[in-house]
Write a protein that binds this ligand. Structure first.
Ligand SMILES: C[S@@+](CC[C@H](N)C(=O)[O-])C[C@H]1O[C@@H](n2cnc3c(N)ncnc32)[C@H](O)[C@@H]1O
Length: 277
């Protein structure tokens, strides 16, 4: 059954997966999307980093963002990525070694629940698409706040989609609803996106802002992969909420829409920023 699980669910424990390479490739596919890259630039701007600053990317994956952050903080600054997956950290180190001018980028194996840095170390801490894979988001938020500098000198940015907000133009509305619910519920915290703003406020952060909105997907093939629609629909069959025939008809309908150039899906993402006082 677990093979039918949407792979996004497996980001809470990449190293225990049978197909670890899939997760690296999936992150590359997501990052290749124009809207995703634009969103990351917005996140970096919200961090308000300056040359010489210390930046932390928690759940850094393959480390691409850490290399970009290292460029922003410059040679007098330092950008550090941590991730709970050895596969991700070794891939990040390999890629950083291949790229130029990344002497101020480093990577460490570590958990968001216990960050191996002292209190008040970083000018900016970012976690991009990590909280949806966490069982204890409040505890994790508390830990990233702990390592941010105090007195208005430390910024925190998170970004997460809300999988319940996934809408797909399909001829089969009820089947779509069941597939979306299956995919969202398989994540540790598929709807955490909508909760982060409140959690930032509750944690006493200042200048809390939230932005984001609907990401629209109209290119069929890459969107189908990005949203893992085949796997999500098979997972709904495995769970017994739709039949195999419904799954096949659902996928065929989307494929037809793709061929006709009229595929459309969308979900909402939330980018939350705040300052530690
Ligand atoms: C969807 S990926 C996002 C990677 C990267 N931030 C990006 O935007 O490409 C989520 C990452 O969070 C990591 N992760 C999951 N649970 C974690 C935890 N408890 N502590 C640290 N990292 C974690 C995963 O290993 C994975 O690399």
């Amino acid at each position: 059954m677990s093979s039918a699980k949407p792979e996004a669910a497996g980001f809470s424990n990449v190293d225990s997966s049978q197909d670890q390479r899939h997760f690296v490739d999936y992150l590359d596919l997501v990052r290749s999307r124009k809207g995703v890259r634009e969103g990351k630039e917005l996140s970096f701007a919200l961090l308000q980093l300056k040359p010489g600053d210390l930046a932390l990317d928690v759940g850094c994956g393959t480390g691409y963002d850490v290399i970009l952050l290292a460029k922003i903080v410059g040679e007098k600054g330092r950008a550090i990525g941590i991730d709970s997956s050895e596969i991700m950290i070794s891939e990040a180190k390999k890629r950083a070694a291949e790229s130029s001018n990344t002497l101020n980028a480093e990577f460490h194996l570590g958990s968001i629940y216990q960050i191996d840095f002292s209190d008040e170390t970083f000018n900016g801490v970012i976690a991009d698409r990590v909280f949806l894979h966490l069982e204890e988001p409040r505890k994790a938020l508390g830990e990233i706040i702990r390592v941010a500098k105090k007195d208005g000198k430390g910024r925190i940015v998170t970004h997460d989609p809300d999988w319940d907000s996934l809408v797909i133009d399909s001829e089969f509305k009820e089947v779509t609803r069941k597939i979306v619910k299956t995919a969202s519920d398989w994540l540790k915290n598929g709807t955490v996106g909508r909760r982060m703003y409140g959690m930032f406020k509750e944690a006493g952060l200042a200048d809390v802002t939230v932005n984001g909105g609907a990401v629209i997907f109209t290119d069929y093939e890459p969107s189908f992969q990005h949203l893992e629609l085949e796997k999500a629909s098979k997972a709904a069959v495995a769970k017994g909420v739709i039949s195999e025939q419904e799954q096949e008809r659902w996928v065929a309908d989307l494929q037809r829409k793709g061929e006709q150039g009229r595929f459309l899906a969308s979900f909402t993402t939330f980018r939350v920023a705040g300052t530690r006082m």
